[in-house]
Design a protein around this ligand. Sequence first.
Ligand SMILES: Nc1nc2c(ncn2[C@@H]2O[C@H](COP(=O)(O)OP(=O)(O)OP(=O)(O)O)[C@@H](O)[C@H]2O)c(=O)[nH]1
Length: 259
Amino acid sequence: MTVMPDLQKSLDSRNIAIDKVGVKDIRYPIVVMDRSKVHQHTVARINMYVDLPHHFKGTHMSRFIEILNQYHGEISIESLDTILVEMKERLEASSAHLEMEFPYFIEKTAPVSGSRGLMEYQCRMTGSLGKESDFVLGVTVPVTSLCPCSKEISARGAHNQRSAISVQIRYTGHIWLEDLIAWVESCASAPVYSLLKREDEKAVTEQAYDNPMFVEDLVRGVTERLSEVPEIVWFKVECENFESIHNHSAFALVERDRR
Ligand SMILES: Nc1nc2c(ncn2[C@@H]2O[C@H](COP(=O)(O)OP(=O)(O)OP(=O)(O)O)[C@@H](O)[C@H]2O)c(=O)[nH]1
């Protein structure tokens, strides 16, 4: 067999170390355990990076995929640390990063009819292992917001819209995605559902009308709610209101570090 040159291992003389290099946007099946201890199979978009010392020309891209294949069917929050250790070792790196974004489904019950539907939430998990390890859990929760100003000044109705509240948390112990989502939803004018009958639609519309909120109210509400959870040591909450009467979004962000 002919021996092929390993260009990646050759030297680079520019004296520039690389912070993150690797593979991005790999679609891969993963498993997430839900609160009722049932395993939910979903498909993630995965990014895997390591650092690269200044003297090497390139990293070994194929090894990232080999590691994923090795953990096939077992990629989860629980296995994240083990995968990061493996990345550091196999790629001879001093830091490793794994980012996963995936849809997660929760069964939700309509408020009056009790009709059940599956709601999709976009979740994110980011793990890093260098001298220290770091883990960030994130989710984007769609909600309804109704404008207090519009309600105040209009003879009829108030403009309202779907808003996307994205939270990222660092925490100690364990936090279920279901709880994090519920905390965020409780801070909106009204939650969003996948299935509503007419009686539900009336109830949700009136709930939103009775709870008008600016984008500022939403991020402040979530800030208060997350601050009540002792396990959460850092969080960032961002809200985008896809305004229904403007051709732009309203946006607000709060970040708090309690460490
Ligand atoms: N480092 C690097 N590799 C790239 C890039 N684009 C494509 N590749 C390819 O990634 C492939 C795999 O590289 P390696 O992981 O080093 O492959 P290998 O030498 O067979 O594997 P090992 O024996 O484990 O090192 C090669 O075909 C590279 O050419 C790039 O931008 N950077």
